[in-house]
Design a protein around this ligand. Structure first.
Ligand code: DAK
Length: 257
């Protein structure tokens, strides 16, 4: 399906979603979030897709929510209209979503990247929560997710000053999993996503659930949750196939069941 503000490509079992508002540094307008959610729904439902890559342009992953759209809103417009509540869709994805970030990832753009399962950053990437400079504050999880990822001191400094961090600092701080030369970013993200898509899909989905559980619960509850799902993998044909293939010294042929 074609979207106004999202370009899509399919690479084997990987769906690439590219934010596409080139005139506005991919500012996250209502239309863009609506398109993104529809593209995510489509990828989640597609039997032949196992992993999603979300990226932007060379200059910007996304420079934040659309300031021009937000500027005139009143409190009641925002509150009664449940303004941008639909941003959470990406966090409900059961298939993994990899963010491939080049250029600016600011405000809602940084928040959107942090909602993905992990971030691969180009060496040109710049992350920030500059809302304070607009007289507002992060509104899509920035104060919470950034703090969990990089710790209180750096998150507090970033949110209170609006300073940006470059890719090297983001990697040191644990915000991104790896830094990649910009020219290779999307190809590398697709390669990593294809690697994930070649694993057993139920095992991938259960693993994602478990890692995310670490943010929601105590260590002992999280370990109990992990053990339950670990046992559950023994109910799948893919567990038999994966272990049999290891013993026979051949690659596994997972049926995603
Ligand atoms: N919104 C709208 N337009 C934007 C934009 C944005 N966030 N960022 C850039 N643009 C537009 C510019 O206005 C300009 O348009 P024209 O003037 O050409 O028409 C074009 O993109 C190119 O931008 P610049 O000319 O400014 O480009 P530069 O390279 O000089 O500067 C920049 C790049 C990224 C440093 C600069 O554009 C900038 O500072 N942008 C604004 C960054 C920002 O403040 N972002 C945070 C926005 S607040 C919530 C969910 C989300 C949010 C809140 C609540 N809920 C779920 C409740 C999120 C809030 C935000 O993100």
């Amino acid at each position: 399906m074609a979207y106004e503000t999202i370009l899509t490509e399919t690479h084997g079992r990987v769906r690439l979603l590219r934010l596409h508002r080139p005139d506005a540094l991919n500012a996250l307008s209502v239309q863009l979030i609506t398109d993104l959610n529809a593209a995510l729904d489509e990828a989640e439902a597609a039997q032949d897709i196992a992993c999603i890559v979300l990226t932007g342009s060379d200059k910007a992953f996304a420079a934040g929510a659309d300031v021009k759209e937000m500027q005139g809103k009143s409190y009641l417009d925002a509150y009664l209209g449940d303004f941008v509540a639909s941003w959470e869709r990406i966090t409900q994805m059961r298939k993994p979503v990899v963010a491939a970030v080049a250029g600016f990832a600011l405000g809602g753009g940084c928040e959107l990247a942090m909602m993905c399962d992990f971030i691969l950053a180009a060496d040109t990437a710049r992350f920030g929560q500059p809302e304070i400079k607009l007289g507002i504050m992060p509104g899509a999880g920035g104060s919470q997710r950034l703090t969990r990822l990089v710790g209180k001191s750096k998150a507090m400094e970033m949110c209170l000053t609006g300073r940006m961090m470059d890719a090297a600092e983001a990697e040191r701080a644990g915000l991104v999993s790896r830094v990649i030369p910009a020219a290779e970013l999307v190809a590398e993200a697709i390669r990593v996503a294809q690697l994930i898509a070649g694993m057993s899909l139920p095992a991938v989905m259960m693993t994602k659930e478990c890692v995310n559980q670490a943010y929601e619960t105590s260590l002992s509850e999280g370990i109990r949750f992990e053990r339950r799902l670990f046992y559950a993998t023994f109910a799948t044909p893919d567990q038999k196939e994966g272990m049999q293939a290891f013993i026979e010294k051949r690659p596994p042929a997972f049926g995603n069941r």
